[in-house]
Design a protein around this ligand. Sequence first.
Ligand SMILES: Cc1cc2nc3c(=O)[nH]c(=O)nc-3n(C[C@H](O)[C@H](O)[C@H](O)COP(=O)(O)OP(=O)(O)OC[C@H]3O[C@@H](n4cnc5c(N)ncnc54)[C@H](O)[C@@H]3O)c2cc1C
Length: 377
Amino acid sequence: MVGAGLSGAVIGRHLAEAGHSITVMDSRPHIGGNCHTERDADTGVMVHLYGPHIFHTDDEEVWSYVNRFATFRPYKNQVKTTTRGAVYSLPINLHTINQFFGQTLRPEEARRFIEAKADTTITDPRTFEEQALRFVGRDLYEAFFKGYTIKQWGCAPSELPASILKRLPVRFNYDDNYFFHRFQGMPEEGYTRMIERILDHPNITVHLETPVTRDMAARHDRVFYAGPIDGWFDYSLGRLGYRTLDFERFSHQGDWQGCAVMNYGDVEVPWTRITEHKHFAPWESHEGSVLYREHSRACEPGDIPYYPIRQVAEKTLLARYVDLARTEANVTFVGRLGTYRYLDMDVTIREALDCAAIYLDSLDGRKPMPAFTVNPL
Ligand SMILES: Cc1cc2nc3c(=O)[nH]c(=O)nc-3n(C[C@H](O)[C@H](O)[C@H](O)COP(=O)(O)OP(=O)(O)OC[C@H]3O[C@@H](n4cnc5c(N)ncnc54)[C@H](O)[C@@H]3O)c2cc1C
C-alpha cells in the first residue's frame, strides 16, 4: 500500500484479514494521510492537521465499518459566514434569508420570494455564476457565493462549470445541518487513532518516511497506489492542477469565535474560513484554543495537493495518465490522489472496500486486476 491514509489502511486491512501479507509505506512521518489528527501539546485540543474533517455518510456498511475501529460522538456541522459586516447561518436557510432581506417569511413565502429573485432569463446555465443566478438571484449570489468561490478556486465563478453547484443550495426551513446524511459524527480519539486500529493487524507492517517510486513496484505482487497519479510517472506528461491550502495557525485563551467553522464571504478578506478545532470535539473542555486561518492558492511543486481542479485541460491530461496507468503491470491506482477526484472519507472507504473485494476475486485468475476499480474520468 503506497499511502497510510484511509485508502491504504482499509484496502490493507481487508487483504490482511484474507491472509495476505501487507506492507504499508508513507512518505510522511505519521499515518492517517490528510485525515491526520493529533493533540496540541499546549492546549490538549485535538487538531486536524490538514484541515477539519467531519464524518458523514448514508452508507450503513461504511458507518458500521468505522464504528468497528472508533467510538463516534454525535457531531452536527453548523457553519456560519461573515459577509458584508454581518454573521449569517449556512447553508442558506430560512434564517439566512429572513436576516439578509429583513423579512419574517414562512417557508412557502420564502420559496416564492427567492423564485422572484432568480434570474429566469437563464434557461441553460453553463457556468457556476449562471447556475447561482438562476437558483438564488444576484443578491444572495454576490453575498454568499461569489467572493468565497473566487478565493477558493482562484478564478471568476463565470469560468467554473455549472456542475459545481448541482442542486438548489437553499433550504426553506431552519435546518442548519450542513450535511444531509443520516450518519454523522466525530471519532472520539481522532482519525489517526481510528486508522491506527485499522492498521493494527499481524499481517500488516507500516513504514513511515518511506517514499515509494515506480521502480520499487516490481518488489511486490501488487501495488495499491494512493499517491498522485502524475507523481507515479514522475510528472512526465506535465502536472495535474490542484488547489493547495495554507493554514495560518494561531492560539487563543478562551473561545475565539464561538463555533467550529466561520466562512468569510467577502473577497477583500484573504482567507476563506477560520476553523476553531476544539469545537469539533464539543464533549471535551479546553481553556486554550487552536485555530486555522485557511488560504487557498494554486498548488506548486512541493506543495500538498488538496483539491483537484478537473477542468477541461486537466481532464485531458488525466486521460493521458489514465492510458499510461493501464499499461502498468501490477499497480492499482486508488483514493483521492490516485484517481484525481475529490472524495469524502465515506466514499474513500466504500471504494477501498470494493477495490479489495475485486482484488480478492481476481486472484482466482479468471479476471485480471484492473489499474482502476472506479473510472477516474
Ligand atoms: C481540506 C480537506 C478537508 C476535508 N474534509 C473532509 C470532511 O470534512 N469530510 C470528509 O468525509 N472528507 C473530507 N476530506 C476528504 C478526505 O481527506 C479524503 O477522503 C481522504 O483523505 C482520502 O484518503 P486517501 O487515503 O485516498 O488519501 P490521503 O489521505 O491523501 O492519503 C494518501 C497518502 O499517500 C501518501 N503518499 C503519496 N504519495 C506517496 C509516495 N510516493 N510514497 C509514499 N507515500 C505517498 C501521502 O503522504 C498520504 O499520506 C477533506 C479533504 C480535504 C483536502
